[in-house]
Design a protein around this ligand. Structure first.
Ligand code: 8YV
Length: 344
């Protein structure tokens, strides 16, 4: 078995410990958490390693994958894998794996943290106190929007777009806020219909009826710019948009225009279209809460994600079926057989 794993950036210790315990030699491309991995380092690492452990910050494209004819797998330390050209990997006979499930609760919890933060103006309140501006309590100070029926006595509507594991977990939490839940996901119609307390809605109806629209689809050609200027115009002026999925699901320039023009009440974003860059004008909007892609960032969750990525990497190295392979058809291909026969 080839015993070399190239890890693009320093993953949490449980993952590195598992690799070390298996007797695998590990090289880390970038140990400094503030700096991206230079392309040349990435290329060297891919040539050196039997398996690549990547993060969402590294584009794993066809040219990179083609550098090493003995590369036995790519283990992405994330549930999303839009940073990887999976079609190219499959064509080359390379299994790709991810870390699903582990981050579902952390991400769903954080979705609610953002939703509550923007509706109830938590970051503004914090900034106000820190700036020494809290001199006198006022009955009109920091008025926000209710999430539960609250003062209006009306149940609010949560619109969930993308009804996979995370979308469904966000929907479950809405019961505690006595909300009505609408969901849209053409790939999960049966699951939506089966879930009590959740009603299917076409996209336009969901946008028009929801008080909070929350985004949870994978990034694909179908979901890129799903929320564009037209979609934003469909939303209520009093509604909020929350995105913890992938930045390009939202046309960020259109969102800035909608926030500036108060076309919608506000937004809370954990992800950005050209992450970590922000669309011009976004920072100046006072009705948006911003976070640095931290929805799954709890010590336990990230530790278990790293361990899961390491387990996938070890399976790739051993030529075994990885627990979370995303292109399982690859194992049936001649390209895979040739690659593994080459000895890795
Ligand atoms: C993480 C994510 O921020 O898993 C994903 O797809 O976007 C997040 O959980 C990240 O991937 C952790 O490596």
């Amino acid at each position: 078995m080839p015993s070399r794993v190239f890890v693009t950036r320093r993953i949490p210790k449980p993952g590195l410990d598992l690799l070390a315990a298996a007797g695998v030699r590990t090289r880390i491309g970038q140990t400094d958490d503030e700096t991206a991995v230079p392309r040349a380092v990435l290329e060297d690492g891919v040539r050196w390693g039997g398996v690549l452990v990547s993060l969402l910050t590294e584009p794993v494209d066809a040219a990179l994958l083609a550098l090493n004819p003995r590369l036995l797998g790519v283990a992405n330390c994330a549930v999303g894998y839009d940073n990887i050209d999976v079609a190219a990997a499959t064509a080359l006979g390379i299994p790709v794996s991810n870390t699903p499930g582990i981050l579902t609760d952390s991400t769903a919890d954080f979705t609610w943290a953002l939703l509550l933060a923007v509706a109830r103006r938590v970051p503004e309140g914090d900034a106000y106190v820190r700036a020494g501006r809290y001199k006198l309590w006022g009955v009109n100070l920091m008025l926000g929007a209710d999430v539960s029926p609250g003062g209006s006595g009306q149940r609010k509507v949560l619109g969930v777009i993308g009804y996979g594991r995370i979308g469904a977990a966000v929907a479950r939490r809405a019961a505690g806020f006595e909300m009505d839940v609408l969901a849209y996901d053409p790939e999960a119609r049966a699951r939506i219909d089966a879930d009590p307390g959740v009603a299917w809605a076409e996209l336009d109806d969901l946008l028009a009826q929801s008080d909070f629209v929350t985004l949870h689809p994978a990034l694909t050609d179908r979901t890129r710019h799903l929320i564009d200027a037209r979609a934003l115009r469909r939303m209520k002026r009093t509604a909020y948009l929350i995105n913890v999925a992938r930045g390009p699901v939202v046309d960020e320039a259109a969102l800035v225009a909608a926030l500036r023009g108060r076309r919608i009440a506000g937004a809370a974003l954990d992800v950005f279209e050209r992450e970590p860059a922000l669309a011009p004008g976004l920072l100046e909007c006072d009705n948006v809460v911003l976070a640095p892609h931290m929805a799954s960032a709890s010590v336990d969750t990230r530790g278990r994600m790293a361990a899961a990525a390491a387990e996938n990497a070890l399976a790739h190295l051993r030529g075994e079926r990885a627990p979370n392979v995303v292109n399982s058809g690859v194992y049936e291909t001649a390209a895979y057989r040739e690659r593994t026969a080459a000895g890795g």
